[in-house]
Design a protein around this ligand. Structure first.
Ligand SMILES: [Zn+2]
Ligand SMILES: [Zn+2]
Length: 396
């Protein structure tokens, strides 16, 4: 008989759901938490999100731990007995493992409620497209769980199992997807000069974005653009093209450099389009701010690690995370936990979350929670619907 946490992780792995469609996953999580009798279970948070709250009897800080509900549009490419049952959808970022870890933390908190403060276990939707954390923070229900401290861990292939990787300041780069649509006019291929082809503008844009001018990038900051796709006209040998699309991902360490990068990319597209008599339409999606870790939250994590060494990367990770939307409204830290040095990378079709990481990360998060709940910060009393003890009034 499998441990209930492993059972949950495998059930979630079998039925992965894409960002924004995590209804079945949310139901499964609610089903797991209801018997644990959390003091509050918020559902429909920022879409399909949930939060289970475990409260202490004494006033103290609110500490939030976050995991993610969503899977990826990737065909699973390994044979396991809990294989994804969905075509071209699978948990290739390990969010199934992250959900299991918070379920294990919840099980422990249900058996041993915190003495003071409260712990919020947030199951956030739509992390992979950058929309979920923003939607959770914008949801009016978020005011009921707004934390003093927020933490999230992400498994990291390529690092020894259980190795903590953390840094103060920027942990993950900002990034955003940009679509440039160019419209001119088709012409007979024998007389291309009578039409307006977007070919020259498309090439110019790709060249300019592939080698950014130095004034865009401050100091030794990492900032670059990756052309991820482009389409011009089609296979019609008699026709000079009238339309083009370019897809590019912009990436930078800071939000301020991202603003410069966006302005530069827009200017290049607009100027060249004007010169060639083209219409231009620009759209952004998958918008991630930089994730910035606060010194105090990083310090709490470091104090919770004990004697194990910590890796402090010199530069932020290039991949993006939307947890920055949460650390923008509270003290917080996102950190990596090594998933092993010989396992496939995140988002690869043969990646599978290593289950050995569940107890290791659970123990660490419980220590982080204990240390954060013990911090002496000014907190207002909170009110919970199932608060078991009325506040005592001294010297009435
Ligand atoms: Zn991912
Ligand atoms: Zn992820």
């Amino acid at each position: 008989m499998l441990d209930p946490i492993i059972q949950l992780r495998r059930a979630l792995h079998r039925r992965p759901e894409l960002s924004g469609s995590e209804t079945g996953t949310a139901r499964e999580i609610a089903r797991f938490f209801k018997p644990l009798k959390p003091d509050l279970l918020l559902e429909g948070l920022g879409g399909n999100g949930l939060a289970a709250v475990f409260s202490g009897k004494e006033v103290g800080p609110t500490v939030l731990l976050r995991c993610e509900l969503d899977a990826l549009p990737i065909q699973e490419d390994i044979e396991i007995d809990y294989q994804s049952t969905k075509d071209r959808v699978s948990h290739k970022c390990g969010h199934d493992g992250h959900m299991a870890i918070l379920a294990a933390v919840g099980t422990e908190l249900a058996a041993h409620r915190p003495v003071r403060g409260r712990v919020v276990l947030l199951y956030q939707p739509a992390e992979e497209n950058g929309e979920g954390a923003a939607a959770v923070v914008k949801d009016p229900k978020f005011s009921e769980i707004k934390p003093h401290f927020a933490f999230a861990s992400h498994n990291l292939p390529g690092f020894p199992l259980g190795q903590v990787v953390i840094r103060a300041g920027v942990f993950n780069c900002a990034s955003r997807g940009m679509t440039v649509s160019l419209s001119g006019r088709t012409a007979h291929a024998a007389q291309p000069e009578t039409g307006r082809s977007p070919a020259a503008t498309m090439c110019h844009f790709i060249n300019q974005l592939s080698a950014l001018p130095p004034e865009i990038v401050a100091g030794n900051e990492t900032a670059f653009a990756t052309i991820v796709g482009a389409r011009l006209g089609g296979k019609a040998f008699g026709t000079a093209p009238g339309n083009a699309k370019i897809w590019v991902t912009l990436r930078s360490e800071t939000d301020i450099t991202m603003s410069r990068l966006v302005r530069f990319a827009e200017q290049v597209a607009n100027k060249s389009a004007r010169e060639h008599g083209l219409m231009v339409d620009i759209n952004f999606e998958d918008v991630f701010d930089a994730t910035i870790n606060s010194e105090s939250a990083v310090d709490l994590v470091q104090r919770s690690i004990g004697t194990n060494s910590v890796i402090v990367p010199e530069k932020p990770f290039r991949w993006s995370e939307d947890f920055g939307r949460i650390t923008a409204v509270s003290e917080g830290a996102l950190f990596g936990i090594g998933a092993g040095t010989d396992i496939p990378d995140l988002h690869n079709p043969d990646y599978d979350f290593p289950e050995e990481l569940i107890p290791v990360t659970t123990r660490l998060l419980l220590r982080v929670v204990d240390n954060a709940l013990a911090s002496e910060i000014a907190v207002k009393p909170f009110y919970c619907t199932r608060f078991t003890q009325s506040p005592r009034i001294l010297n009435p």
